[in-house]
Structure formats: structure tokens, C-alpha cells
Design a protein around this ligand. Sequence first.
Ligand SMILES: Cc1cc2nc3c(=O)[nH]c(=O)nc-3n(C[C@H](O)[C@H](O)[C@H](O)COP(=O)(O)O)c2cc1C
Length: 277
Amino acid sequence: MPDLATIIQAALSERFGERLEVDAGLSGLDEIARVAAHRVHRRYLARDIAPDLMRLLCACALSAPSKSDLQQADILVVRDKVKIRAIADLLPEMPWIAETPVFLVFLANGRRLPQISKIRGKQFPNDHLDLFFNATVDAAIVMTTFLRTAEAVGLGCCPISVIRDHAATISEMFALPEKVIPIAGMCVGWPAEKGGITPRLSLNTTVHEECFAENFSEVEAYDQRRAATRPYRNQREPERFGRSEFYGWSEDKARQYAVPLRADFGAFVRAKGFKLD
Ligand SMILES: Cc1cc2nc3c(=O)[nH]c(=O)nc-3n(C[C@H](O)[C@H](O)[C@H](O)COP(=O)(O)O)c2cc1C
């Protein structure tokens, strides 16, 4: 069995195409190894997750840092098979939703803070974009922390942002009040397969030293590196864009965003009472 430093090095080399130095004397290498080897899981065993374990994972997730300690993120836990089926039926292109024993919805809660102000008899002159932004950022951090904690106990997760294609329906389904919106759902289950590491853009593309330095020079090499281990099975809309001899990440993402996606989300957020100015 290779030591943890070697395992981390191998995972990050597969991810970024770069050999990173890992000091074998660092503490917390087991946690770093788990983070480095992250992968989403989209196939689950027909095995439940004990309510006590879910409660523990929610508690850990909500231990995440929170902007000004405002605590504007909530987690909605869905176990009811009928409700999970109803969500899955909205999204037939994602059959893993129907398989999940637990479905979570991570909520940006911009409601609690103004309500607290009211209870404390204070004005709330902060009903603007920052309320939406702070609550959304907090909810994203809580979601990530949930995923990390769940992976630590051997669970597999897959965030599901496409529930926002049906934001109004989801909102109604779970009785979300004004200023409470879903940022993403999440499938959580015991993995039915190991899954694999998805390569990311090189660190020279996404890590900036001292000042921002835009760099597209390594995108093509990334397309090639990624295709070597995670080739796309299908090309998007070949009837519109033609069939590419080589089909990499950049072509896929450019095609994906060549059509309007979720253009009505701003209207939904405003209708839920957030002011985006
Ligand atoms: C905010 C967010 C939303 C996502 N939404 C979906 C989704 O709707 N459906 C899905 O199958 N995967 C979804 N994913 C998973 C990504 O596709 C996945 O993280 C990405 O392909 C990289 O794979 P990896 O996490 O295994 O490295 C989402 C991930 C994030 C962070």
C-alpha cells in the first residue's frame, strides 16, 4: 500500500497533469487524500442512510464558516420516496435522482435575518443584492462541507443544480417561503461503484500569483489530457454544430452555453422577494 503522500501526489497528478510536492510529514494527510480524490457518485446501493448519521452530517455541514455569523443557509432533507420520485420525474435525463435514498436541497435563506430584525424591533435597510449573494455563498459553503463530510464516511454525493430549471415547482413542492430559494439539490447514497477522478484545468490557468493573469494557453492540452481518461460519450447537438473529430471539454462547454440556459432564474429570484439591485 503506497503512503498517503504518494496517493495524494497520484490523485493530483491525474487531476491537474502536474507533479506536486507533498511533504510526508504534514498532519491531516488522510483528509487531504480524500479531498484530492474527490469524485461525484451517480450510482447508489439500495441501502438507507440512518437518520442519526444524516443528522451528524447536517451538523458538520452547518459548522462551516458563515458570513458575519449570519447563518443564512438551511438544508432540506427529503426521504419520502414519492417526493424523490416527483423530483426525478421532472429530470428524466438524470436517472440517478430516482435511485438516491436521500435527496437534499440546499437553501439560501435571506428571510431569517430581516425577520430577526423585526423581532428585535429594528429597521432592515439592507434588502438589496448583498442579501441574496451572502445567503447564496453561505449555502454553497454548507453544501460543499456536507459533501466533504459525507465522503469521509464513505457516502457518495452528486449536487443537482438542474432543479433550478424547475425552481418554481421545487419551491411549491417544499413550501419555500419568500426569500428562501434552492441553490442546488444533492443526491446522497452509498456508492454502487468506485467512480473516477475528473481532470481539471491546469493550475497555471486557475491559480494567479499576486495579480490576475489570464491564460488560455493550456486549455488545448487540458482538452487532450481530459479526453485520455474521461472522454465524452456523446457530442452535443451534432445536427447544429457538426461532428468534431476530436471533442474535448472546451468544445463541449462552448456548445453547452451556445443556448440560453435558465434565463428565467432572475425572474424567479425576484418573484421570491429578493431585490437584485
Ligand atoms: C453546484 C453544482 C451543481 C451540479 N449540478 C449537477 C447536476 O445537476 N447534475 C449532475 O449530474 N451533476 C451535477 N454536478 C456535478 C458536476 O457535474 C461534477 O462536480 C463535475 O462534473 C466534476 O466532477 P467531479 O465532482 O467528480 O470532479 C454539480 C456540481 C456542482 C458543484
